[in-house]
Design a binder for this molecule. Structure first.
Ligand code: HAM
Length: 410
């Protein structure tokens, strides 16, 4: 038997209904904040992703050469494609642009629960705004989306400036390495690394930075820094909006386009792969031939969110099973259409089963049975049976449709 590719999943109808219900909530919420959907290609020129991060990330991507010899990659994330699109299609539109996407990404990772090679992100990009309020909007929107999805989440909010301030004496490569250790809170790795370049004096301050949970604690480590006012303003907005979050200046983020505020969300009921969201303020447009437009955004890992939600059932649609004797088979199509035209799901038997077998199937799969036998065909009526209560009556088709329609939740 052929297997699906490693790190991918198949989704049966029950699971798709659950996913679509959550997705609909996220879309609805993002729309209320003024965000509009965009869509970019599933594959892009490889350079789009290496231009900022270097060739190092090729190992984490699905890279291929197309028949014209061009180096391409399946998108590992959607921020770079969206900013590429912004530069090529939309740079003259009035700013800020509020865009969202729901789409799949591909990363060549070691698969485990919550970590896949194909996964979906629900993300937003706020392009062309660079104020404490744009930073705060991204964080508050993320919180609102996670609430709409129904998952509790610990939000951690930070800023790259304090970390960069402490590391400013190091050359860029060493800075990036130190930030990667800090992001993982890996002091066992960080300490020998800094000792190796003669800067183990930084370790205690970096440790204090990663543990700072208030602005006072933060600025006690860094002293005055130019971003002090901005960080204070972001915090003020979040607090005035009663957001529950943790200040965390140890966040460095894995992707290297971030420039200022950064934030992440963790689902407490997930295991190792518990980060359900990540984002921050960044600059990318200038790398793709545009002006240096500031942006801010985040992406929710939709699959992790679904794992965190657990086995919640989606609201099932009301279903009608049309059960017919031989005489009713042709009229069955017309009857099914009348229900569908009212937005009700109606299914016909296609297997030539007898009425008893059709009713037994309907009892498992539907909420109502509409029976079309010799008598109903002769009189132009239908028999409507409520499969929950067992009540049934002979009625004109219109009445049966209206009765079922009255039971469809609005
Ligand atoms: P990211 O942190 O790389 O950020 O990914 C965002 C989220 O996608 C993660 O927090 C995680 O929930 C989910 N995710 C990542 N890799 C996997 C995987 N292999 N399997 C399942 N879920 C995964 C970005 O991608 C940025 N583009 C976010 C952003 C938007 N920054 C600014 N705007």
């Amino acid at each position: 038997m052929l297997q699906r590719p490693r790190g991918t999943r198949d989704f049966l109808p029950d699971e798709m209904e659950r996913r679509r219900a959550v997705e609909a909530n996220l879309r609805e919420k993002a729309t209320r904040w003024g965000y509009r959907e965009v869509c970019t290609p599933e594959f892009e020129e490889l350079e789009l992703f290496t231009i900022r991060s270097g060739a190092g990330i090729i190992g984490e991507m699905y890279v291929f050469e197309d028949k014209g010899g061009r180096k391409m990659a399946l998108r590992p994330e959607i921020t770079a494609p969206v900013l590429r699109m912004f530069v090529s299609e939309a740079k003259v539109l009035p700013k800020p642009l509020r865009w969202y996407y729901f789409a799949d990404c591909f990363r060549y990772e070691r698969p485990q629960k919550g970590r896949y090679r194909q996964f979906w992100q629900f993300g937003v990009e706020l392009i062309g705004a660079d104020t404490p309020r744009s930073d705060a909007e991204a964080i508050l929107l993320a919180d609102d989306l996670l609430r709409a999805a129904g998952i509790p989440c610990d939000l951690h909010v930070g800023h790259l400036a304090p970390m960069k301030h402490l590391l400013q004496g190091l050359e860029l490569g060493a800075q990036a390495k130190a930030m990667a250790f800090l992001d993982k809170r890996d002091f066992d790795g960080l300490t020998p690394f800094l000792a190796g370049i003669g800067r183990d004096d930084l370790v205690p301050r970096l440790r204090d930075l990663a543990h700072a949970r208030t602005l006072d604690e933060l600025f006690a480590v860094t002293g005055e820094i130019p971003e002090k006012k901005r960080i204070g303003e972001i915090v003020e907005i979040l607090d005035k909006n009663s957001l529950v979050y943790t200040l965390d200046f140890g966040i460095a983020r894995g992707l290297d386009y971030y420039t200022g505020m950064v934030f992440e969300g963790f689902a407490p009921n997930l295991g190792a792969e518990n980060q359900v969201l990540g984002g921050g303020a960044y600059r990318l447009a200038h790398l793709f031939g545009g002006d240096d437009v500031p942006s801010c955004g985040f992406a929710i890992g939709f699959d992790r969110l679904m794992v965190s939600l657990g086995e919640v059932k989606a609201d099932r649609k009301v279903r009608v099973a049309i059960c017919t004797t031989e005489e009713g088979r042709i009229r069955g199509f017309e009857v099914a259409k009348a229900f569908r035209d009212r937005g009700i799901c109606a299914e016909l038997d296609l297997l030539d089963r007898n009425l008893g077998a059709q009713m037994a199937h309907a009892a498992k799969a539907a909420d109502f049975a509409v029976i079309l036998g010799q008598r109903e065909v002769a009189t132009g009526t239908v028999t409507l049976k409520d499969l929950q209560s067992g009540e049934q009556k002979v009625t004109p088709l219109d009445t049966a449709v209206a009765e079922v329609a009255a039971r469809v939740p609005r």
